[in-house]
Structure formats: structure tokens, C-alpha cells
Design a protein around this ligand. Sequence first.
Ligand SMILES: Cc1cc2nc3c(=O)[nH]c(=O)nc-3n(C[C@H](O)[C@H](O)[C@H](O)COP(=O)(O)O)c2cc1C
Length: 184
Amino acid sequence: MGSPRRNGVTAALTECFIDLWQSPEHEVTLIEAYRKTINPCIHCGYCKRIQGCRYDDDFTLIDRALREANLLVVASPVYGLGFPAPLKAVFDRTQRYFEAKFSLGVKNPIENYKPALLLAAYGSTDSRGVAIMQEHLRLAFRLMNASLEHTIAVPNTDRIPVNKETLRSEMTQILKKLEAIYKV
Ligand SMILES: Cc1cc2nc3c(=O)[nH]c(=O)nc-3n(C[C@H](O)[C@H](O)[C@H](O)COP(=O)(O)O)c2cc1C
């Protein structure tokens, strides 16, 4: 989850997802990027030599989730046509999987495949930010052994309050589809 605001639209999307998905069969782990310490990649070359990262910080939570999860959800506001800085830091830190694969010859640095969902909020009616985020995720997900299957994007959030009922019914449909296709 990549918004600093707990009462914003990204938080509403995240809560809606958790409310619909969490059950005895589906455990949900929420990681709020703004409330964790995830240092930005400094291109030090450590992961080119040793599988892992020189930083011992909260990225370990992301690493564990990527290895254990069978569904991945990225919830984010659009900031400057892209991801807010703490989420960008998360994606840049996945460079360790790139280096594991291409420098260290690890065939599949993250072994379990998972489908993924993007939940996005943006203040304007300019949808380019969501398109850019989708492109970014398609690339980053290749290293995380995930693929972007669906996006729920709420536009115009700076002008129009989010309709939680519409959101809930749209999300219900999408989660049913994901559940049926991927048996997650
Ligand atoms: C730093 C910053 C940059 C933003 N950049 C964009 C942008 O490029 N395009 C856009 O449509 N909205 C932009 N917005 C508006 C947010 O996407 C919008 O307010 C969104 O609802 C914030 O998410 P939240 O409600 O979960 O906090 C920006 C807001 C901030 C604070």
C-alpha cells in the first residue's frame, strides 16, 4: 500500500479489498510502504556478487511476501504520473532478483508464481499515470514472478468523493474472476 493517507482513496480501495478477501482460506498481509523503512537502491553492486541485499531493512517483509503469497496487490495513488517515492524504492530494490538471475545464474529467484492486481487512485481525469504504473509493474513483476491481471483505477479523486458501493461491486466481480481462473 503506497499512500501516506489512512483516510484517502487508496486506503478505501485497500480496505475494500481486505474486507472482501480476508477469510479463513485467505490470509492477508498488509505492508504500508510509508510506515516501513525501505531504503532506495544505491546500485552498490552487492547483489551482483551475493544473492540478497546489503541493507537489512523492512524489504525483508516484501521479500517474504513475494516468496509466500499466491496473490499480490499493489495499491497506490498516482504521484507525478507514477508511484510515490516509497513504492518506487520497493520496486527498485527488486534489482536483487535481476542480478540473482542475470549475474549469479539463479534460474528462478522467486519460485512461486502469483497473479497481481493494481488498485490506483488519481486526482485528475488524466489516466496516463495509471498507464505508466501498469507498464512499470509489467516490467517489475517479471522479476517478482507475478503478472498484472487486473486494474481498478478511481479517477478524479480530488473533485469527486469515491463511491464505495460501486467500488465494492466492481471489486467483488474482479476477485471472483481471479479466484476462478487462478484458484487462489
Ligand atoms: C505529490 C502528489 C503528486 C500528484 N500527482 C498526480 C498526478 O500526476 N496525476 C493525478 O491525476 N493526480 C495526482 N495527484 C493527486 C492524487 O493522485 C490524488 O489526490 C489521490 O487521491 C491521492 O491518493 P490518496 O487519496 O490515497 O491519498 C498527486 C498528489 C500528490 C500529493
